[in-house]
Design a protein around this ligand. Structure first.
Ligand code: UGA
Length: 448
């Protein structure tokens, strides 16, 4: 099938390359010409494991092409994926300007029956809104071609997006059109049956992927409710971690014990400095906003946000407990991205923590294995180190805020000699507490 993917952010790029790899002809379009030029040169604007090679291979075999002409991409395709951003407005309501622009462009460019597929996380009811905008623009433009809107939310985790695209736990299709649903089943058939080369090479488990067909509103809500539930799990565990600290229990044993109950499960049960990124904060706020807009109470969602906002400051409180006055102290911070294996620092708890240390007058040195550019949301003044050791030399305190794999292999005997005071705050309960205490560190975890 011929597919146009609008938007080459991490959702668009990963979805596009996945569709090309399973055999479709894909045009990835973006109005940002500089980005398209880079992609044509094989340069990927984001870090995502395995993505670069897949893009290169599919670009070379011409299954994947890049273009900055959105209208051309739409006209050439049977299915149009909308993968543009919906950043939050200050009220929590998602900004739909990019989606509306794309819908207008689709209306003007339709030249035959097409499926318009929404992958972006959009407010409940957006399928109807997009239909209306397309219709309005079509009426003013070039005739009245038939089209169907499908909601097909993405469940891609940054850092594991390629894997999640090829081996999803479910595919959700929201539509009331039999015709569109049948085309969607055909589009995803190789994924559903796990019958494509990449799967054959990369997994020996061949399990059929469940596909859920529902109406577009329920499909849109499945996306929000899934992210909100995962965020709730984490905030809940963080609240329990705080109780652990008061009563002298160990959160690692508590969550392990809870997770053995299959109804609870062991995933997304890691206590720490809380959740961040471009999805959870935006989506939980948006769902709370929608609930209130429609006259429903969002008490749990609001509490989940509140717990998360407070959680990041626990690390600052712990630093104060260890160091007293923070002013003039040197703090080495390991990790900056909102989670490992990504360079994304959007709404990262680490940024709040570093900014607070800076505000309190500390000299802060940061090191992250992947983040190389000074993030826009980081207050000026943090010093970028080239290694963990450089960040920690002469510091009064080491704070781990992102659980990057390489921090497990650090030489802690060497770090003890580098630090002025042997203090470690492990904001992710990632390091071996006993080993560090045996070396002579004062180790402080979260609920641990
Ligand atoms: C999240 C969802 O997991 C994806 O399913 C979804 O498709 C995506 O949002 C999206 O809406 O696009 P992502 O934001 O990439 O994916 O990151 P997660 O791996 O879910 O982590 C989110 C945050 O929770 C991170 O800050 C992470 O450190 C934190 N976290 C996660 C914890 O604090 N504890 C845990 O046990 C797990």
């Amino acid at each position: 099938m011929k597919v146009c993917v609008i938007g080459t952010g991490y959702v668009g790029l990963v979805s596009g390359v996945c569709l090309a790899e399973i055999g479709h002809d894909v045009i990835c379009v973006d109005k940002d010409e500089a980005k398209i030029s880079l992609l044509k040169e094989g340069k990927i604007p984001i870090y995502e494991e395995g993505l670069e090679e897949l893009v290169k291979n599919n670009y070379e075999s011409k299954k994947l092409v890049f273009d900055s002409n959105t209208s051309y991409g739409i006209r050439e395709s049977d299915i149009v994926f909308i993968c543009v951003g919906t950043p939050p407005l200050p009220s929590g309501k998602p900004n739909l300007a990019a989606i509306d622009d794309v819908a207008r462009m689709i209306g003007k460019s339709l030249n035959g029956y097409k499926i318009i597929l929404n992958k972006s996380t959009v407010p409940i009811g957006s399928a109807k809104r997009i239909r209306k905008i397309i219709k309005e623009n079509q009426d003013r433009g070039n005739g009245n071609y038939e089209f169907d809107i499908v909601s097909n939310p993405e469940f891609l985790k940054e850092g594991e997006a390629v894997k999640d695209a090829f081996f999803p736990e479910r595919i959700v299709i929201g539509s009331n059109s039999e015709k569109a649903i049948n085309i969607m089943k055909k589009l995803y058939e190789p994924i559903i049956k796990q019958d494509f080369n990449y799967a054959k090479k990369n997994t020996n488990k061949k399990q059929k992927v469940p596909i859920l067909i529902t109406d577009s509103t329920s499909s849109e809500l499945i996306k929000y409710a899934s992210n909100a539930f995962l965020a709730t799990k984490i905030s809940f565990v963080n609240e329990i971690a705080n109780i652990c600290e008061r009563i002298g229990a160990n959160i690692l044993d508590v969550t392990y014990g809870m997770g053995l109950d299959k109804r609870i499960g062991s995933r997304f049960m890691k206590a720490g400095i809380g959740w961040g990124g471009s999805c959870f904060p935006k989506d939980v706020r948006a769902l709370s906003y929608t609930a209130e807009e429609y006259g429903s109470q969002a008490s749990i969602l609001n509490a989940v946000i509140q717990v998360n906002n407070q959680q990041r400051f626990k690390v600052v409180q712990k630093a104060m407990d260890l160091l007293g006055i923070i002013d003039d102290k040197v703090i080495g911070v390991l990790g900056l991205a909102f989670k490992p294996n990504t360079d994304d620092t959007r709404e990262a708890p680490s940024i709040t923590v570093v900014n607070k240390f800076l505000e309190l007058g500390a000299e802060v040195r940061v090191y992250d294995p992947i983040v190389k550019d000074y993030p826009d949301n980081l207050d000026k003044g943090a010093i970028f180190a080239k290694s963990s050791y450089e960040a920690l030399k002469g510091a009064n305190l080491m704070v781990l805020v992102t659980e990057c794999g390489e921090f497990l292999d650090l030489d802690f005997e060497r770090i003890k000699k580098l630090l002025t005071d042997p203090n470690i705050i492990d904001g992710r309960n990632f390091l071996d507490k006993k080993k560090l205490q045996d070396i002579g560190f004062k180790y402080v975890g979260i609920g641990n």
